[in-house]
Design a protein around this ligand. Structure first.
Ligand code: SF4
Length: 209
């Protein structure tokens, strides 16, 4: 396994934008990240403003019927399950956390519908804490680069945490998501356009379109 700081440095230059689900406030970012599971970010961003108009705070979500929450987000995948989690999570945030989104991993993953990936997104985007959110792009690219061998996201997160300096943890997800959509795509990556190809261990690089 080989880590080269030039990889994240280069990707940061190419992809300086914040994450799509980084919506400014911990509440918005947490809700949008939960909604984005198995759905495109674009679909979430399209419905999110009208959803927040109907449910502007934790109280309105905690008191709402699950069916009403579900119908306000029925353009995205798994909306019924997500609606159940969002109602339960809103109640827990009010009763256990005085209406504030927790700012640490243990309390975040104890909330209904929140896994390590969602928690890491919130910690790094909203609380400026080092965290590695391993989504499908991070998982794939980490393997191709030779940074990870683990077969599940928890193992890959651990491998990355051991390999990458902590100050760069939050840049992994932020840059790999955009890089994974544009160049290091699922299926056939566009290695002939890749700015970090010389540091990559992937043995089946595509040399031409
Ligand atoms: S060389 Fe290819 S496989 Fe390696 S990071 Fe670049 S696009 Fe991905």
């Amino acid at each position: 396994m080989k880590y080269h700081p030039e990889i994240l440095k280069t990707l940061k230059k190419h992809y300086p934008q914040k994450g799509d689900m980084d919506l400014g406030s911990p509440a918005d970012s947490l809700l949008a990240t939960i909604m984005s599971a198995r759905t495109t970010d674009a679909q979430v961003l399209k419905m999110f403003p009208s959803f927040r108009k109907k449910f502007p705070n934790w109280n309105t979500l905690a008191k709402a019927k699950v069916e009403d929450i579900a119908s306000a987000m029925n353009t995205i995948g798994l909306y019924r399950n997500k609606a159940k989690s969002i109602k339960a999570l809103s109640q827990k945030i009010i009763t256990d956390h005085q209406g504030k989104v927790p700012n640490n991993m243990d309390e975040l993953v104890a909330l209904p519908g929140v896994g390590r990936k969602t928690a890491s997104c919130v910690l790094s985007a909203c609380y400026n804490k080092p965290a590695i959110a391993v989504d499908t792009h991070v998982f794939r690219i980490a393997h191709r680069l030779g940074w990870a061998k683990g077969k599940d996201v928890v193992k890959v997160e651990k491998e990355l945490a051991e390999l990458v300096p902590q100050k760069s943890w939050s840049h992994i997800n932020r840059t790999f998501v955009h890089f994974g959509r544009e160049i290091c795509k699922p299926g056939k990556p566009l290695c002939y356009k890749c700015p970090i190809a010389s540091y990559c261990a992937y043995p089946n690089k595509t040399l031409e379109p």
